[in-house]
Design a protein around this ligand. Structure first.
Ligand SMILES: *Cc1c(COP(=O)(O)O)cnc(C)c1O
Length: 314
């Protein structure tokens, strides 16, 4: 297997992110709840995309790119952070966003306007239209450009979360369960592969916040990332457990998500977001209430960021 250090990476954030025990939450849920603070990754308002972008933008730089395209919904945390990271590295970010969700200058759109980011909206539900438009615009730029897929969720981006699993091992606490949101798949795929390699005995749970076929997307991405790492591992059905926490739809707040946000805010003074982490933590609460965790279990929740989403409610 290749070592993670053999992949080039740009330094965008502050690592390792802390792991904290949530004492009040642990008492309330009857198990040991810990939180991995990837909301504190140190660029923009933090979040999981920083780890992926460290690999993706290193690749962009190696290809000589002067412009970087990416996409997502109107309030994409990934798109905003890509703009922040590319701008910092002296590359020109261009966002082609789906005209879905809150397009006004609220939340992440406000942050993009503060960075003077070029944003183009496309009225489509199909990302293939958007990638074609990136090439159309890119060819007209007359400089090399680089395309990052939605959520930064390709094999290279997923390495950010393989390395997060290695980081968790270094932090020294054994976790019986690791819970994260699944939106485009790279985070879960990286963690599930990383857990196989570095965290034996840790069960990974993906809380789905969209309706894509994650039962296929996740193992496919795990295999691609394993191939990139030249790791001799087989991907098995037991490597991760998926739970449907989408509720009324992607980026549409759910009742359980809202309760989870309030509970975390009032007990621990930490803020989850309505699109990803609120729904994901609602999934953790649900498992605790169903008795799926023992009193003595250590359960780690990945706080993957998303603060901008709290300020983008119509
Ligand atoms: C993108 C995102 C996720 C989901 O990560 P994926 O790798 O896209 O599945 C979770 N939380 C937040 C805050 C995000 O922005």
């Amino acid at each position: 297997m290749r070592s993670l250090d053999s992949f080039s990476k740009v330094s965008l954030g502050i690592f390792p992110t802390p792991i904290q025990r949530l004492d009040n939450m642990s008492r309330t849920l009857g198990t040991n709840v810990y939180i991995k603070r990837d909301d504190l990754t140190g660029l923009g308002l933090g979040g999981n995309k920083v780890r992926k972008l460290e690999y993706l933008l290193a690749d962009a730089r190696q290809t000589g790119a002067r412009a970087v395209f990416t996409t997502g919904g109107a309030q994409s945390n990934h798109a905003m952070l890509t703009a922040a990271a590319a701008g910092k590295m002296g590359m020109r970010p261009i966002l082609i966003l789906k005209k879905r969700g809150v397009t006004e200058l609220l939340g992440n759109r406000l942050l993009e306007s503060l960075m003077d980011t070029e944003v183009i909206f496309m009225d489509t539900d199909d990302y293939t239209d958007i990638y074609a438009e990136m090439d159309r615009i890119g060819r007209g730029l007359g400089v090399p450009y680089y395309k990052i897929p939605c959520g930064g969720s390709n094999a290279l981006g997923s390495l950010g979360y393989v390395s997060c699993a290695a980081e968790i091992r270094e932090q020294g606490i054994h976790f019986d369960h690791l819970v994260c949101a699944e939106g485009s798949g790279g985070t879960m795929a990286g963690l599930a592969l990383g857990a196989k390699l570095f965290l034996p005995g840790t069960q990974v749970h993906g809380m789905m916040v969209d309706t894509e076929p994650f039962d296929k997307i996740t193992p496919a991405l795990m295999r691609e990332a394993a191939a990139l790492l030249e790791a001799e591992v087989s991907v098995d059905p037991g490597d991760f457990i998926l739970h449907d926490m989408c509720g009324p739809g992607y980026a549409r707040p759910s009742e359980e998500g809202g309760e989870a946000i309030s509970l975390m805010a009032s007990l621990e003074g930490l803020f989850l977001d309505p699109v990803y982490t609120g729904k994901a933590f609602a999934g953790l609460i649900k498992l605790a209430r169903e008795g799926q965790f023992r009193k003595t279990d250590n359960v780690l929740f990945l706080h993957s960021g998303g603060a901008g989403g709290l300020f983008a409610v119509r």
